[in-house]
Ligand binder design. Structure first.
Ligand SMILES: Cc1cc2nc3c(=O)[nH]c(=O)nc-3n(C[C@H](O)[C@H](O)[C@H](O)COP(=O)(O)O)c2cc1C
Length: 259
C-alpha cells in the first residue's frame, strides 16, 4: 500500500524539467530506464519503436545545433534518447513468416498508428522510471518537426520515423505543477460530451494566469509575451510552417502512413 501511494504521489507531482545540472548518466542506470520502458504494452508484441541513446559527445553537439534554442538543455542532460516509431524491424520480422503480411503492402493504418502509440507508451514508462530514480525529464518535439535532418544524423533506414527526444537529467529547477483541463472536460461516463465553449474560455484564462505566474515564455523561450501570444505565434500557419509541415507530411507518407 505504501509503495502504491508513493508512485501515485510521484505521478501526481511530475512536471517537465527543462533546466538540468550538467551530468552524464551511467550506462547501468540508462539500461534500467530502457528495460522499464520496454515493459510497456505494445501492439501484437511488435514493439514498433526504437530507442537511440546519444552517448557520443560529438553527436550530442550536432544534435544541440539541430535543436535551436535548446542547446543548453541538450548539452546538460544526463541522457538523451531519440524515440522512433519503427515499422522497419516489424516488417523484416513478419517477412520471415512468409505470408502476405500487411506491412508488405500499402495498407496498414492500424500498424502505423500503433507504432506511434507504442512509442508513446514506451516514452511514458521511461519517464516514470527516470523519475523513480530521482531524475527529471522533458520531451522535445524537434525530431518529428525535422524528420529528414534527424534521419540523416542518426542514419535511420526507411520505415523508421524520429518522433521525440526524451531528455533526462539532474534537476536544476523546481517549477510549479502545470495546469490541466478540468476533469469534466476530458473524462466522461457512458457517452461523450462536447466541450462547452465558455468552459474552454475559462480554462484558457486559468491557463494564461498560471503561465504568467510562472513567467513561462520569458523563462524558457526568452520571449517577453503572454503564453497565449506565444501559442498563437507557434501555431500560425504561415509560409514557413507550411513548408516545414509539407516536408513532415512527405516523410510520413514515405515511411509510416502509406495509405
Ligand atoms: C509529444 C510531446 C512533445 C513535446 N514537445 C516539447 C518541446 O518541444 N519543448 C518543450 O519544452 N516541451 C515539450 N513537451 C512537454 C510539454 O510542453 C509539457 O509536458 C506540457 O506543457 C505539460 O507540462 P508538464 O509536463 O510540466 O506537466 C512535449 C510533450 C509531449 C507529450
Amino acid at each position: 500500500m505504501l509503495r502504491r501511494r508513493s508512485i501515485l504521489k510521484l505521478l501526481r507531482e511530475r512536471r517537465s524539467i527543462r533546466i538540468f545540472k550538467r551530468s552524464r548518466m551511467p550506462d547501468d542506470i540508462a539500461r534500467l530506464i530502457i528495460e522499464a520502458g520496454i515493459r510497456a504494452p505494445s501492439y501484437s508484441y511488435l514493439q514498433e519503436y526504437s530507442i537511440i541513446m546519444v552517448s557520443d559527445e560529438n553527436l550530442r553537439k550536432e544534435l544541440a545545433k539541430l535543436c535551436e534554442g535548446q542547446d543548453e538543455l541538450i548539452m546538460n542532460a544526463a541522457a538523451i534518447f531519440l524515440i522512433c516509431a519503427d515499422l522497419n524491424r516489424p516488417a523484416r520480422m513478419l517477412s520471415l513468416l512468409g505470408h502476405a503480411n500487411v506491412l508488405r503492402s500499402n495498407k496498414h493504418p492500424v500498424e502505423s498508428i500503433f507504432a506511434v502509440f507504442d512509442a508513446g507508451l514506451l516514452t511514458a514508462f521511461m519517464m516514470i522510471a527516470a523519475e523513480i530514480m530521482g531524475y527529471g525529464s522533458v520531451i522535445l518535439d524537434y525530431p518529428i518537426v525535422y524528420p529528414n535532418e534527424f534521419a540523416k544524423l542518426f542514419q535511420l533506414p526507411h520505415g523508421v520515423v524520429p518522433l521525440v527526444l526524451l531528455c533526462v537529467g539532474e534537476r536544476g529547477e523546481s517549477p510549479p505543477l502545470r495546469p490541466r483541463l478540468p476533469l469534466d472536460l476530458v473524462f466522461f461516463k457512458n457517452s461523450y460530451r462536447e466541450a462547452d465553449l465558455d468552459a474552454l474560455k475559462n480554462y484558457l484564462k486559468e491557463f494564461e494566469d498560471a503561465m504568467r505566474r510562472e513567467d513561462y515564455a520569458r523563462k524558457y523561450v526568452g520571449l517577453n509575451m503572454d503564453y497565449m501570444e506565444y501559442l498563437k505565434l507557434k501555431t500560425t500557419l504561415n509560409d514557413e510552417l507550411k513548408k516545414t509541415y509539407d516536408a513532415v507530411e512527405k516523410f510520413l507518407k514515405e515511411n509510416l502512413m502509406k495509405f
